[in-house]
Design a binder for this molecule. Structure first.
Ligand SMILES: [Zn+2]
Length: 398
Protein backbone atom coordinates (compact mmCIF):
# COMPACT_ATOMS: atom_id res chain seq x y z
CA UNK A 1 0.00 0.00 0.00
CA UNK A 2 1.79 3.09 -1.20
CA UNK A 3 0.73 6.50 0.09
CA UNK A 4 0.85 7.73 -3.52
CA UNK A 5 -1.38 5.13 -5.09
CA UNK A 6 -4.51 6.17 -6.96
CA UNK A 7 -6.70 5.92 -3.84
CA UNK A 8 -4.81 8.80 -2.21
CA UNK A 9 -6.98 11.05 -4.43
CA UNK A 10 -10.00 10.16 -2.28
CA UNK A 11 -9.46 12.54 0.60
CA UNK A 12 -11.35 11.74 3.80
CA UNK A 13 -13.16 8.71 2.30
CA UNK A 14 -11.70 5.94 4.44
CA UNK A 15 -14.62 3.51 4.36
CA UNK A 16 -15.34 3.66 0.63
CA UNK A 17 -11.61 3.26 -0.05
CA UNK A 18 -11.53 -0.01 1.94
CA UNK A 19 -14.49 -1.34 -0.09
CA UNK A 20 -12.98 -0.30 -3.42
CA UNK A 21 -9.50 -1.65 -2.64
CA UNK A 22 -11.02 -4.99 -1.68
CA UNK A 23 -13.10 -5.10 -4.87
CA UNK A 24 -10.16 -4.20 -7.11
CA UNK A 25 -8.05 -6.94 -5.51
CA UNK A 26 -10.87 -9.47 -6.01
CA UNK A 27 -11.22 -8.27 -9.61
CA UNK A 28 -7.51 -8.85 -10.21
CA UNK A 29 -7.84 -12.41 -8.91
CA UNK A 30 -10.69 -13.02 -11.37
CA UNK A 31 -8.48 -11.72 -14.19
CA UNK A 32 -5.72 -14.06 -13.01
CA UNK A 33 -8.11 -16.98 -13.44
CA UNK A 34 -8.77 -17.62 -9.75
CA UNK A 35 -12.30 -18.40 -8.56
CA UNK A 36 -14.58 -15.42 -7.87
CA UNK A 37 -14.23 -14.59 -4.17
CA UNK A 38 -17.29 -12.32 -4.18
CA UNK A 39 -15.66 -8.95 -3.49
CA UNK A 40 -16.25 -7.71 -7.01
CA UNK A 41 -19.52 -6.87 -8.73
CA UNK A 42 -20.33 -5.49 -12.18
CA UNK A 43 -22.45 -2.44 -11.35
CA UNK A 44 -21.69 0.33 -8.87
CA UNK A 45 -23.32 3.59 -7.86
CA UNK A 46 -21.20 6.43 -6.42
CA UNK A 47 -23.24 8.96 -4.47
CA UNK A 48 -22.38 11.90 -2.26
CA UNK A 49 -22.83 15.65 -1.80
CA UNK A 50 -21.15 18.24 -4.02
CA UNK A 51 -17.45 18.22 -3.23
CA UNK A 52 -17.41 14.50 -2.42
CA UNK A 53 -15.93 14.02 -5.93
CA UNK A 54 -18.04 11.15 -7.13
CA UNK A 55 -16.56 11.11 -10.61
CA UNK A 56 -13.01 11.18 -9.25
CA UNK A 57 -13.86 8.15 -7.12
CA UNK A 58 -15.22 6.33 -10.18
CA UNK A 59 -12.09 7.13 -12.20
CA UNK A 60 -9.83 6.00 -9.37
CA UNK A 61 -11.69 2.70 -9.13
CA UNK A 62 -11.48 2.30 -12.91
CA UNK A 63 -7.71 2.79 -12.66
CA UNK A 64 -7.43 0.16 -9.93
CA UNK A 65 -9.41 -2.26 -12.09
CA UNK A 66 -6.96 -1.68 -14.96
CA UNK A 67 -3.91 -1.71 -12.68
CA UNK A 68 -1.37 -4.29 -13.79
CA UNK A 69 -0.05 -4.79 -10.25
CA UNK A 70 -2.73 -7.02 -8.74
CA UNK A 71 -5.37 -4.31 -8.82
CA UNK A 72 -3.60 -2.28 -6.17
CA UNK A 73 -4.06 0.95 -8.10
CA UNK A 74 -0.31 1.51 -7.84
CA UNK A 75 -0.52 4.79 -9.75
CA UNK A 76 2.65 3.92 -11.62
CA UNK A 77 1.82 1.24 -14.19
CA UNK A 78 0.54 1.84 -17.71
CA UNK A 79 -2.99 0.73 -16.78
CA UNK A 80 -3.25 3.18 -13.88
CA UNK A 81 -1.80 6.06 -15.91
CA UNK A 82 -3.96 5.68 -18.98
CA UNK A 83 -7.13 5.02 -16.99
CA UNK A 84 -6.64 8.16 -14.88
CA UNK A 85 -5.52 10.20 -17.87
CA UNK A 86 -8.64 9.29 -19.83
CA UNK A 87 -6.87 7.43 -22.65
CA UNK A 88 -7.35 3.78 -21.64
CA UNK A 89 -9.03 1.86 -24.46
CA UNK A 90 -11.22 -0.06 -22.01
CA UNK A 91 -12.46 2.87 -19.95
CA UNK A 92 -15.32 4.75 -21.53
CA UNK A 93 -16.67 7.89 -19.93
CA UNK A 94 -20.06 9.40 -20.62
CA UNK A 95 -19.46 13.01 -19.59
CA UNK A 96 -21.82 15.69 -18.46
CA UNK A 97 -21.12 18.72 -20.52
CA UNK A 98 -24.64 19.08 -21.83
CA UNK A 99 -27.68 19.44 -19.62
CA UNK A 100 -28.81 15.93 -20.34
CA UNK A 101 -26.96 12.95 -21.72
CA UNK A 102 -27.96 12.02 -25.24
CA UNK A 103 -29.76 8.74 -25.71
CA UNK A 104 -27.73 7.80 -28.80
CA UNK A 105 -24.50 8.41 -26.95
CA UNK A 106 -25.52 6.18 -24.06
CA UNK A 107 -26.72 3.47 -26.44
CA UNK A 108 -23.45 3.49 -28.35
CA UNK A 109 -21.47 3.26 -25.13
CA UNK A 110 -23.65 0.48 -23.74
CA UNK A 111 -23.26 -1.47 -26.99
CA UNK A 112 -19.50 -1.11 -26.97
CA UNK A 113 -19.47 -2.08 -23.31
CA UNK A 114 -20.68 -5.55 -24.26
CA UNK A 115 -17.47 -6.24 -26.19
CA UNK A 116 -14.51 -7.97 -24.59
CA UNK A 117 -11.87 -5.66 -23.06
CA UNK A 118 -8.94 -5.18 -25.46
CA UNK A 119 -6.45 -5.13 -22.60
CA UNK A 120 -7.74 -8.43 -21.22
CA UNK A 121 -8.89 -6.96 -17.90
CA UNK A 122 -12.18 -5.08 -17.59
CA UNK A 123 -14.39 -3.06 -19.89
CA UNK A 124 -15.29 -0.12 -17.66
CA UNK A 125 -18.09 2.34 -18.38
CA UNK A 126 -18.28 5.48 -16.24
CA UNK A 127 -21.48 7.51 -16.41
CA UNK A 128 -20.63 10.80 -14.76
CA UNK A 129 -24.16 12.07 -14.24
CA UNK A 130 -26.47 9.08 -14.22
CA UNK A 131 -29.17 11.39 -12.82
CA UNK A 132 -29.23 13.24 -16.14
CA UNK A 133 -29.94 10.24 -18.33
CA UNK A 134 -33.03 10.40 -20.51
CA UNK A 135 -35.65 7.78 -19.81
CA UNK A 136 -34.82 5.83 -22.96
CA UNK A 137 -31.11 5.97 -22.16
CA UNK A 138 -31.86 4.71 -18.64
CA UNK A 139 -33.73 1.78 -20.10
CA UNK A 140 -30.85 0.87 -22.41
CA UNK A 141 -28.52 1.01 -19.41
CA UNK A 142 -30.86 -1.08 -17.27
CA UNK A 143 -30.91 -3.76 -19.92
CA UNK A 144 -27.10 -3.85 -20.04
CA UNK A 145 -26.88 -4.10 -16.26
CA UNK A 146 -29.49 -6.84 -16.15
CA UNK A 147 -27.61 -8.97 -18.66
CA UNK A 148 -23.99 -8.09 -18.05
CA UNK A 149 -21.07 -9.35 -20.08
CA UNK A 150 -18.68 -11.19 -17.78
CA UNK A 151 -15.96 -8.54 -17.90
CA UNK A 152 -18.00 -5.35 -18.09
CA UNK A 153 -18.27 -2.96 -15.13
CA UNK A 154 -20.64 -0.01 -14.89
CA UNK A 155 -19.78 2.89 -12.58
CA UNK A 156 -22.68 5.32 -12.20
CA UNK A 157 -22.29 8.67 -10.46
CA UNK A 158 -25.34 10.44 -9.06
CA UNK A 159 -25.99 12.91 -6.21
CA UNK A 160 -28.33 10.45 -4.48
CA UNK A 161 -30.27 7.23 -5.01
CA UNK A 162 -33.59 9.06 -4.78
CA UNK A 163 -35.91 7.70 -7.51
CA UNK A 164 -35.78 11.17 -9.15
CA UNK A 165 -32.06 10.64 -9.68
CA UNK A 166 -31.87 6.98 -10.62
CA UNK A 167 -34.32 4.25 -11.64
CA UNK A 168 -35.20 2.01 -8.70
CA UNK A 169 -34.64 -1.00 -10.96
CA UNK A 170 -31.10 0.16 -11.72
CA UNK A 171 -30.41 0.99 -8.07
CA UNK A 172 -31.45 -2.50 -6.97
CA UNK A 173 -28.80 -4.08 -9.20
CA UNK A 174 -25.88 -1.93 -8.09
CA UNK A 175 -23.58 -1.88 -5.11
CA UNK A 176 -23.65 1.51 -3.42
CA UNK A 177 -20.56 3.55 -2.54
CA UNK A 178 -21.58 6.49 -0.33
CA UNK A 179 -18.98 9.23 -0.35
CA UNK A 180 -19.13 11.91 2.30
CA UNK A 181 -18.11 15.51 2.42
CA UNK A 182 -14.47 15.31 3.51
CA UNK A 183 -13.63 17.04 6.81
CA UNK A 184 -11.98 20.47 6.46
CA UNK A 185 -8.78 19.25 8.14
CA UNK A 186 -8.33 16.53 5.50
CA UNK A 187 -8.89 19.04 2.68
CA UNK A 188 -6.44 21.53 4.22
CA UNK A 189 -3.83 18.81 4.52
CA UNK A 190 -4.07 18.03 0.79
CA UNK A 191 -3.71 21.72 -0.11
CA UNK A 192 -0.54 21.97 1.95
CA UNK A 193 0.99 18.66 0.92
CA UNK A 194 0.09 18.56 -2.74
CA UNK A 195 -0.40 22.16 -3.79
CA UNK A 196 2.19 23.86 -1.61
CA UNK A 197 -0.27 26.26 -0.03
CA UNK A 198 0.57 27.92 3.30
CA UNK A 199 -1.13 26.15 6.28
CA UNK A 200 -3.25 29.11 7.45
CA UNK A 201 -4.44 29.89 3.91
CA UNK A 202 -5.19 26.18 3.42
CA UNK A 203 -7.20 25.99 6.65
CA UNK A 204 -9.27 29.04 5.67
CA UNK A 205 -9.90 27.78 2.10
CA UNK A 206 -10.81 24.28 3.29
CA UNK A 207 -13.45 25.67 5.66
CA UNK A 208 -14.77 28.21 3.15
CA UNK A 209 -15.13 25.54 0.44
CA UNK A 210 -17.21 23.32 2.74
CA UNK A 211 -15.21 20.20 1.96
CA UNK A 212 -14.84 20.61 -1.80
CA UNK A 213 -11.14 19.99 -2.55
CA UNK A 214 -11.22 21.51 -6.03
CA UNK A 215 -13.08 24.61 -4.85
CA UNK A 216 -10.67 24.96 -1.91
CA UNK A 217 -7.67 24.80 -4.22
CA UNK A 218 -9.24 27.46 -6.43
CA UNK A 219 -9.98 29.77 -3.50
CA UNK A 220 -6.46 29.37 -2.13
CA UNK A 221 -4.68 29.84 -5.45
CA UNK A 222 -6.84 32.08 -7.63
CA UNK A 223 -7.39 35.74 -6.60
CA UNK A 224 -10.26 36.08 -9.10
CA UNK A 225 -12.13 33.21 -7.47
CA UNK A 226 -11.63 34.92 -4.11
CA UNK A 227 -12.90 38.21 -5.58
CA UNK A 228 -16.07 36.53 -6.85
CA UNK A 229 -16.63 34.97 -3.43
CA UNK A 230 -16.19 38.38 -1.73
CA UNK A 231 -18.81 39.86 -4.07
CA UNK A 232 -21.27 37.09 -3.29
CA UNK A 233 -20.75 37.36 0.45
CA UNK A 234 -21.27 41.12 0.36
CA UNK A 235 -24.82 40.56 -0.92
CA UNK A 236 -26.52 40.12 2.51
CA UNK A 237 -25.26 43.53 3.65
CA UNK A 238 -26.39 45.28 0.47
CA UNK A 239 -30.06 44.27 0.58
CA UNK A 240 -31.48 47.50 1.98
CA UNK A 241 -34.35 48.19 -0.43
CA UNK A 242 -36.39 46.46 -3.11
CA UNK A 243 -34.28 48.18 -5.76
CA UNK A 244 -31.10 46.84 -4.15
CA UNK A 245 -32.58 43.31 -4.29
CA UNK A 246 -33.17 43.51 -8.04
CA UNK A 247 -29.70 45.01 -8.55
CA UNK A 248 -28.08 42.22 -6.55
CA UNK A 249 -29.96 39.56 -8.55
CA UNK A 250 -28.94 41.12 -11.86
CA UNK A 251 -25.31 41.42 -10.79
CA UNK A 252 -25.09 37.83 -9.57
CA UNK A 253 -26.70 36.57 -12.77
CA UNK A 254 -24.30 38.59 -14.93
CA UNK A 255 -21.28 37.49 -12.89
CA UNK A 256 -22.18 33.81 -13.26
CA UNK A 257 -22.65 34.24 -17.00
CA UNK A 258 -19.27 35.88 -17.32
CA UNK A 259 -17.55 33.24 -15.20
CA UNK A 260 -19.12 30.53 -17.37
CA UNK A 261 -18.11 32.28 -20.60
CA UNK A 262 -14.49 32.40 -19.46
CA UNK A 263 -14.60 28.76 -18.38
CA UNK A 264 -15.80 27.45 -21.75
CA UNK A 265 -14.23 29.99 -24.16
CA UNK A 266 -10.94 28.22 -24.72
CA UNK A 267 -12.53 24.81 -25.19
CA UNK A 268 -15.14 26.23 -27.60
CA UNK A 269 -12.50 27.75 -29.87
CA UNK A 270 -10.34 24.61 -29.82
CA UNK A 271 -13.29 22.35 -30.64
CA UNK A 272 -14.42 24.53 -33.51
CA UNK A 273 -10.92 24.69 -34.98
CA UNK A 274 -10.58 20.90 -34.69
CA UNK A 275 -13.91 20.32 -36.39
CA UNK A 276 -13.11 22.77 -39.19
CA UNK A 277 -9.79 21.04 -39.74
CA UNK A 278 -11.47 17.65 -39.81
CA UNK A 279 -14.07 18.83 -42.30
CA UNK A 280 -11.44 20.40 -44.54
CA UNK A 281 -11.86 23.60 -46.47
CA UNK A 282 -11.99 24.50 -50.18
CA UNK A 283 -12.76 22.26 -53.18
CA UNK A 284 -15.29 22.78 -55.99
CA UNK A 285 -17.89 20.74 -57.84
CA UNK A 286 -20.91 18.79 -56.72
CA UNK A 287 -19.10 16.60 -54.20
CA UNK A 288 -17.66 19.65 -52.46
CA UNK A 289 -21.10 21.31 -52.28
CA UNK A 290 -22.64 18.26 -50.64
CA UNK A 291 -19.72 18.03 -48.23
CA UNK A 292 -20.17 21.66 -47.32
CA UNK A 293 -23.83 21.14 -46.53
CA UNK A 294 -22.89 18.28 -44.22
CA UNK A 295 -20.22 20.45 -42.64
CA UNK A 296 -22.73 23.23 -41.94
CA UNK A 297 -24.91 20.71 -40.12
CA UNK A 298 -22.00 19.50 -38.01
CA UNK A 299 -20.97 23.03 -37.11
CA UNK A 300 -24.54 23.81 -36.10
CA UNK A 301 -24.62 20.71 -33.91
CA UNK A 302 -21.33 21.76 -32.30
CA UNK A 303 -22.71 25.24 -31.61
CA UNK A 304 -25.80 23.76 -30.01
CA UNK A 305 -23.74 21.52 -27.75
CA UNK A 306 -21.45 24.38 -26.81
CA UNK A 307 -24.45 26.49 -25.87
CA UNK A 308 -25.73 23.70 -23.62
CA UNK A 309 -22.32 23.47 -22.00
CA UNK A 310 -22.27 27.24 -21.37
CA UNK A 311 -25.67 26.96 -19.68
CA UNK A 312 -24.39 24.12 -17.52
CA UNK A 313 -21.25 26.11 -16.61
CA UNK A 314 -23.40 29.09 -15.62
CA UNK A 315 -25.51 26.87 -13.38
CA UNK A 316 -22.37 25.49 -11.76
CA UNK A 317 -21.09 29.03 -11.15
CA UNK A 318 -24.44 30.04 -9.64
CA UNK A 319 -24.44 26.94 -7.51
CA UNK A 320 -21.03 27.83 -6.07
CA UNK A 321 -22.34 31.32 -5.26
CA UNK A 322 -25.45 29.91 -3.59
CA UNK A 323 -23.28 27.46 -1.61
CA UNK A 324 -21.31 30.43 -0.28
CA UNK A 325 -24.53 32.16 0.77
CA UNK A 326 -25.83 28.98 2.41
CA UNK A 327 -22.58 28.87 4.39
CA UNK A 328 -23.06 32.48 5.50
CA UNK A 329 -26.65 32.09 6.75
CA UNK A 330 -25.68 28.84 8.40
CA UNK A 331 -22.89 30.74 10.20
CA UNK A 332 -25.42 33.33 11.40
CA UNK A 333 -27.68 30.55 12.65
CA UNK A 334 -24.98 28.60 14.51
CA UNK A 335 -23.74 31.85 16.06
CA UNK A 336 -27.15 32.89 17.33
CA UNK A 337 -27.85 29.37 18.62
CA UNK A 338 -24.35 29.25 20.17
CA UNK A 339 -23.81 25.88 18.50
CA UNK A 340 -20.38 24.41 19.28
CA UNK A 341 -19.32 24.06 15.61
CA UNK A 342 -16.82 26.08 13.60
CA UNK A 343 -18.11 28.67 11.11
CA UNK A 344 -17.70 28.15 7.37
CA UNK A 345 -16.56 31.66 6.52
CA UNK A 346 -14.02 32.37 9.25
CA UNK A 347 -12.95 35.64 7.63
CA UNK A 348 -16.51 36.97 7.95
CA UNK A 349 -17.14 35.82 11.52
CA UNK A 350 -17.64 39.42 12.67
CA UNK A 351 -20.26 40.02 9.97
CA UNK A 352 -22.20 36.84 10.71
CA UNK A 353 -22.02 37.59 14.44
CA UNK A 354 -23.44 41.07 13.84
CA UNK A 355 -26.29 39.59 11.81
CA UNK A 356 -26.90 37.04 14.56
CA UNK A 357 -27.36 39.94 16.98
CA UNK A 358 -29.91 41.59 14.69
CA UNK A 359 -32.03 38.73 13.32
CA UNK A 360 -34.09 36.13 15.18
CA UNK A 361 -33.04 32.51 14.54
CA UNK A 362 -36.43 32.01 12.83
CA UNK A 363 -35.80 34.75 10.31
CA UNK A 364 -32.26 33.48 9.66
CA UNK A 365 -33.73 30.06 8.99
CA UNK A 366 -36.20 31.61 6.53
CA UNK A 367 -33.30 33.25 4.71
CA UNK A 368 -31.41 29.95 4.58
CA UNK A 369 -34.51 28.32 3.16
CA UNK A 370 -34.83 31.06 0.55
CA UNK A 371 -31.35 30.17 -0.79
CA UNK A 372 -32.17 26.45 -0.82
CA UNK A 373 -35.44 27.17 -2.65
CA UNK A 374 -33.55 29.22 -5.23
CA UNK A 375 -31.16 26.32 -5.87
CA UNK A 376 -34.05 23.93 -6.33
CA UNK A 377 -35.80 26.33 -8.71
CA UNK A 378 -32.69 26.71 -10.88
CA UNK A 379 -32.32 22.95 -10.86
CA UNK A 380 -35.88 22.67 -12.14
CA UNK A 381 -35.08 25.01 -15.04
CA UNK A 382 -36.62 28.21 -13.66
CA UNK A 383 -34.86 31.16 -15.30
CA UNK A 384 -31.92 32.03 -13.00
CA UNK A 385 -32.79 35.73 -12.94
CA UNK A 386 -36.35 35.07 -11.75
CA UNK A 387 -35.21 32.62 -9.08
CA UNK A 388 -32.50 35.01 -7.89
CA UNK A 389 -34.91 37.98 -7.67
CA UNK A 390 -37.35 35.99 -5.56
CA UNK A 391 -34.48 34.88 -3.32
CA UNK A 392 -33.07 38.38 -2.85
CA UNK A 393 -36.46 39.77 -1.82
CA UNK A 394 -36.85 36.95 0.73
CA UNK A 395 -33.33 37.57 2.02
CA UNK A 396 -34.11 41.26 2.48
CA UNK A 397 -37.47 40.72 4.19
CA UNK A 398 -36.27 37.84 6.35
ZN1 LIG B 1 -1.15 0.29 -11.45
Amino acid sequence: MSPHDVFSELVGQDEPVVTLRRAAAAAARIVAGEPDSGGMTHAWIFTGPPGARRTVAARVFAAALQCERDGTGCGECHGCHTALGGTHADVQVVTTEGLTIKTEETRAVVLRAASAPTGGRWQVVIIEAADRLHERASNALLKAIEEPSPRTVFLLCTPSVHPDDILVTIRSRCRLVSLRQPPAAAVAEVLVRRHDIAPDQAAWAAAASQGDVERARQLAADPEARGRRDDVLSVPRKLTSIGACFDAAARLEAASKQEAAIAVAELDVAERAALERALGAGGTGRGATTAMRGAAGQLKELERNQKLRATRAQRDALDRALQDLIGFYRDVLVTSMRAPVPVVHGDLAAVSAAAAGKWTPESTLRRLEAVLTCRDAIDRNVKPQVALEAMMVSLWQG
